[in-house]
Design a protein. Structure first.
Length: 157
């Protein structure tokens, strides 16, 4: 009797579509830790420049795909709602999760991160796409066990 788990693909959307990661069938983005695990799988916590992603969810909150919206500088990236929601609209998403890395390793959000997220949540409401969370991934240290911060958990949404 086989104990092999079914799996499905997660796609990165750009001008072309490519398989970026394989995850188990039925895995859901139910908690920020699930998103942090997904981001670790992509390896963005080790990038030297900020990468801002839109994670696209299906109606069952399974990760359908993601889009790298922008690659910024070492300490910031320019983000606009037009680019953040473009792929979500094309894919017919009703929910997204925003995510980015902090190359410094510290996932604490800046004032710019907080303001930008509030603007994106408001834009999502206008077009009917709910922003469920914004997760910042960094690196764990002896004094900081968690390598990520969830805006939802911190009541910043």
């Amino acid at each position: 009797m086989s104990t092999k788990c079914k799996s499905r693909y997660v796609w990165e959307y750009s001008l072309t579509r490519k398989k970026a990661l394989e995850i188990r069938e039925g895995d859901k983005a139910q908690a920020p830790e699930d998103i942090a695990r997904f981001l670790r799988g992509l390896g963005i916590q080790n990038e030297e420049q900020e990468r801002f992603l839109t994670i696209i969810l299906d109606t069952k909150h399974q990760i359908k795909g993601f889009c790298t919206v922008t690659i910024g500088l070492i300490d910031r990236s320019q983000v606009h709602s037009r680019e953040v929601f473009r792929t979500a609209i094309v894919q017919g998403a009703s929910h997204v999760i925003l995510a980015h890395n902090h190359p410094s390793g510290d996932p604490t959000p800046s004032a710019q991160d907080i303001d930008c997220t509030k603007d994106l949540v408001a834009a999502g409401k206008i077009i009917g796409i709910e922003v469920l969370d914004h997760v910042i991934i960094g690196l764990a240290t002896p004094s900081r066990v968690r390598d990520y911060l969830s805006f939802r958990e911190e009541n910043l949404l």
